[in-house]
Write a protein that binds this ligand. Structure first.
Ligand SMILES: Cc1cc2nc3c(=O)[nH]c(=O)nc-3n(C[C@H](O)[C@H](O)[C@H](O)COP(=O)(O)O)c2cc1C
Length: 284
């Protein structure tokens, strides 16, 4: 047996607990903290050692010089030693599904509100960003205030806040929906022009190859709008114009909104249960 210095001494500084692992020959190896960092292995060997830290995601493969093994009389005594009892490794709890909801200044702010309500009911963690014009159309079209809508989300971010977690790809999300999505925001996403948090978060979702749904609302559409829709589609986004369907015989505006929100959330594998699906022509 040999006591080897830890090759990862600097990155291990301050770590607490026990490092366990197996060397390239399958021998159990265990190290412990000594002084200010990981310095020695209680039961060690001179092979390639793969160690994982039980209290963090720290993983390292340590290549060490094969000194003892080079000797012709070398015998691997550790191979027959008893296995070390592994401590229970604490695992992070499973994460709730997490979706970014952005609302912009296109008409149809009720679609954004209903999306937030549905996600809340489905226990999905929501991160809301509202543009300045989203607040203006919300006030004009509904009885909701900006504050009331923000209260429906788990987290609300200012559209100016480029330091928000959702501005980074390292913050894991399951997708983003821009509902409703103005032609201005569509153009910003198509051009990768991240001048506010809505455009930046959408740009990040695209680059991370996550689900981006743009509920783009304008009528009629110009060539510029159609080109921008084609560009974002080629980059992986789904353009979802909130077009009405009538096969479920909607009786109210709410029926139309619920149908649109339900179909939109289908794209995230979420079932709102708020609308009737097409099931073929039914015989009377
Ligand atoms: C009541 C109202 C309705 C609007 N509806 C639309 C719309 O349906 N589609 C659109 O692209 N812009 C619409 N606009 C214009 C946008 O609000 C405007 O282009 C704004 O700059 C969009 O910025 P934003 O994407 O940052 O919210 C509307 C504006 C108002 C005041």
């Amino acid at each position: 047996m040999c006591l080897a210095s830890c090759a990862e001494r600097d990155s291990c500084l301050g770590a607490k607990g026990v490092l366990r692992g197996r060397c390239g020959r399958g021998v159990e190896v265990e190290s412990w903290e000594e002084g200010s960092g990981w310095t020695r292995y209680r039961r060690s060997c001179v092979h390639t050692i793969t160690l994982s830290h039980p209290y963090s995601s720290f993983k390292t493969v340590q290549q060490r010089s094969i000194t003892a093994m080079d000797r012709p009389d070398y015998t691997d005594n550790t191979a027959t030693e008893q296995k070390v009892e592994r401590p229970e490794v604490p695992r992070p709890p499973p994460r709730r599904k997490r979706i970014i909801v952005a609302m912009t200044g296109a008409t149809g702010s009720i679609l954004g509100v209903k999306t937030l309500l549905a996600l809340r009911r489905l226990n999905v963690e929501t991160h809301l960003v509202m543009s300045k014009w989203a607040e203006a159309t919300l006030k004009h079209e509904t009885d909701y205030t900006g504050a009331a809508v923000r209260a429906l989300a788990d987290h609300a971010h200012s559209h100016h806040d480029m330091a928000a977690p959702i501005a980074s790809g390292s913050f894991r999300v399951d997708g983003m929906v821009v509902v409703p999505c103005s032609m201005k925001t569509l153009a910003a996403v198509a051009a990768g022009h991240c001048d506010d948090l809505v455009a930046r978060a959408a740009d990040v979702v695209l680059k991370e190859r996550r689900r981006l749904v743009l509920v783009a609302r304008e009528c009629p559409l110009s060539g510029v709008h159609i080109d921008n829709m084609a560009r974002v589609t080629r980059s992986g986004a789904v353009v979802f114009p909130p077009v009405m369907a009538f096969y479920h015989r909607p009786g109210t505006v709410e029926d139309l909104v619920d149908h649109a929100v339900g179909r939109m959330l289908d794209l995230f594998d979420l079932e709102t249960g708020d609308f009737e699906r097409w099931n073929g022509f039914q015989r009377d």
